[in-house]
Design a protein around this ligand. Structure first.
Ligand code: BT5
Length: 332
């Protein structure tokens, strides 16, 4: 039975798989196990959701363009995770998905709860800086996490998430993304994504952690914010064409889940080498700003907790737990 109001993700998958070519009504009906009238009704529902579909009396249907928003049923169909994203709050507009996720976590939201927004009106970075992204062009989301880890591991979650992001971007688009300690993803030296981890903890355990991720996906150059601390780019600019945000999100959630499992199994020290492999800053000459203070030196590596080790110009070894790399000359 065809349920009223529900669009079958399989229909969308079949249309997408045809890459803009027609798929005949009988083919769709056969593959979906529906009558041709039911297929036509489903097509109408997709159109109502913002998909642009051309119907031809003999050739069938072809997908011209998707809406600038993620369709929850499509995400559901693509998810391969056990827990991440299994409960999803999908919002067209909100102030900040991190604020929403914190609120939900305080009310007991389960590990893996996802808050996804097409637009944020007060998206934030660290130290209450702004995170800017036009509606429907980026990915802005937050996850409620309840790891069995001490509060001191919060920075590790940020770095492990960065590792998952780098792997997903590399696997999906063959783009050599890198990690800029502590929370940025760079492509060709430009910022393509940022991570904001916020936590509520007791002295010895994390009550919950909210992992907020903003990714520049389909913005063109004009849509990237003007005055930035660091030059920016988007995946589409580097990839050369727009990307399927929904497919990318599903792949990223799987990569995040995989990396969190590895963190719990092997500990952070076991993943340090891999993070170092994708680090943009290892060996680089840097200026790090921390509060009102700056430190200049060469990045020697990371501690087993995820802090940055710097050899300063005067020869002293410094360990930095939080800060911003404001200038960087790559290792050469
Ligand atoms: C970050 O902070 O990079 C963390 C950004 C996290 C955003 C996500 S979106 C979903 C969730 N909900 C939220 O409210 N936040 C999270 P930070 O390292 O402090 O960098 C912030 C700086 O990045 C700003 O001061 C700008 O200079 C710059 N910036 C803002 N929007 C940008 C963009 N779209 N692309 C590149 N840089 C940007």
């Amino acid at each position: 039975m065809d349920q009223p109001g529900i669009v079958r993700p399989a229909l969308l998958s079949l249309l997408k798989a045809a890459h803009g070519q027609y798929v005949s009504g009988p083919t769709l009906a056969h593959q979906l196990g529906l009558s041709r009238t039911a297929v036509w009704k489903q097509i109408q529902r997709l159109t109502a959701q913002g998909f642009s579909i051309q119907a031809h009396p003999r050739k069938g249907y072809r997908l011209l363009a998707g809406p600038d928003r993620i369709i929850p049923s499509e995400l559901d169909a693509l998810l391969t995770t056990e827990r991440l994203g299994r409960v999803t709050h999908h919002l067209l507009s909100t102030a900040s998905t991190n604020s929403d996720a914190i609120h939900l976590a305080q009310q007991g939201a389960a590990h893996g709860t996802l808050v996804l927004a097409e637009q944020q009106t007060a998206g934030r970075g660290r130290l209450d800086r702004k995170w800017e992204a036009p509606a429907g062009r980026a990915l802005t989301f937050s996850l409620v996490l309840r790891p069995q880890l001490p509060p001191s591991s919060a920075p590790q979650i940020t770095l492990i998430s960065a590792l998952a992001l780098v792997h997903s971007i590399r696997d999906q688009f063959r783009i050599p993304a890198r990690i800029k300690w502590p929370n940025d993803i760079l492509i060709a030296g430009r910022k393509a994504a940022g991570i904001l981890t916020e936590m509520q903890a007791e002295s010895d355990r994390i009550r919950f952690l909210v992992l907020g991720i903003g990714i520049n996906c389909n913005q063109d150059r004009e849509e990237l914010p003007g005055s930035l601390r660091y030059p920016a780019t988007s995946i589409a600019i580097e990839y050369g064409t727009t990307i399927d945000r929904c497919g990318f999100l599903a792949a990223l959630l799987a990569a995040l889940e995989h990396q969190f499992e590895r963190l719990e199994r092997f500990g952070f020290a076991g993943l340090l080498e891999e993070i170092a492999k994708f680090s943009e800053v290892l060996g680089a000459q840097v200026v790090v700003a921390m509060g009102g203070k700056t430190i200049t030196g060469r990045v020697e590596g990371m501690t087993a907790e995820g802090a940055l080790k710097i050899l300063t110009a005067s020869g002293s070894h410094e360990v930095i737990w939080a800060g911003d790399i404001t200038r960087m000359t790559p290792a050469g």
